[in-house]
Design a protein around this ligand. Sequence first.
Ligand SMILES: *Cc1c(COP(=O)(O)O)cnc(C)c1O
Length: 398
Amino acid sequence: MATALHNGRPTHMQTTTVSRPVPFAPPAVGREEIAEVVSTLESGWLSTGPRVAAFEEAFAAYVGAPHAIALNSGTAALHLALLASDIGAGDEVITTPLTFCATANAIIHTGAVPVFADIDPGTWNLDPAATAAAVTPRTRALLPVHYAGRVAPMRALRALATREGVRVIEDAAHCVEGVSNGQKVGAIGDFTCFSFYATKNVTTGEGGMVTTADERAAGFIRAASLHGLSRGAWLRYAPGGAQPYDVLMAGFKYNMMDIQAAIGLHQLARVAEMHARRTAVWERYDGALERLPLRRPAPVPAGDVHARHLYTVLVDEREAGLSRDALRQALAERGISTSVHFRALHLHPYYQDRFGLRRGMYPAAEAVSDTTLSLPLSAAMPDPAVDRVIEAIHDVFR
Ligand SMILES: *Cc1c(COP(=O)(O)O)cnc(C)c1O
């Protein structure tokens, strides 16, 4: 990781200035990404073109999916996967309340209603029994989120979906590297939606991807991502002539640019290396925090690969002697940036007002929502920064 940069500076320079604040999730952008962005700018083709096609091909090969469609966000990926599943007004989609608002908002933008089911208190992922109990005649899809990089219980959820005749659309924003029972995330459900936002495991600054085995759905998503055109600009201007296009639907402007794909191509090439680095940081945290009154993430079952996106501890005030918010503040005073993933969606005013939700409905999600704290984690995190986080936490508990 000697070439990784943070705010334009190589991260190895951080080791000489240990008092600099520890950022939460700095992107691990290397020289290769920078050179490829420059080449793209010099190539004369900035928008969706050959680099997007190459990124899609590399990503499809990485997850083992027949089709991968690059988009400008993970939210767009969720929206188009839902539309490709013919989900709209009058339909329900079951998801977890312990997620980013984009998961539920994408459902709402189709006209459907997000129906929450509580999480498993051990894994913080959608609980299959609670999911089954939330099914109604209007249910059209299950939308698990692989929380923090831990794969949701795909075997149970897929069995439920098959029994009920509904789709499985995965929010894999945290889980590029995930494997469930030996199966690669991206090649399990009907649609898998990835995010390449700046803090995610693989980044393009902003960006997303849908993978699917459904060729028709892939064609729909591709057209819907670019105004509903039958042919993108790169193909229209390809050598061999100027091709006309048809407008097939009132589509969206969700396409990825070559400038973004230029970053993604080199991020993807280093995906295993970056995952290994985050796993090493994770293991340092696990060992160093063992004796503190904090709940740490559960071990990963055999056959699964955890994508190591967020290292989240639970701060139970009765056990820890201080609240999550007090610990967060004490760490901020020591220069350590942390984050909260997530305040459960049914505790936000919009979802409460619109869907009649209130505290008490999803107690397991509330328990995590009230106590969870995400520690700094990134492949661009040098050892001295990890040491500083660990020392600061021990200092607070002294
Ligand atoms: C980041 C994230 C998204 C949205 O991804 P964008 O690329 O920012 O649109 C969706 N769901 C979860 C769980 C996320 O963390």
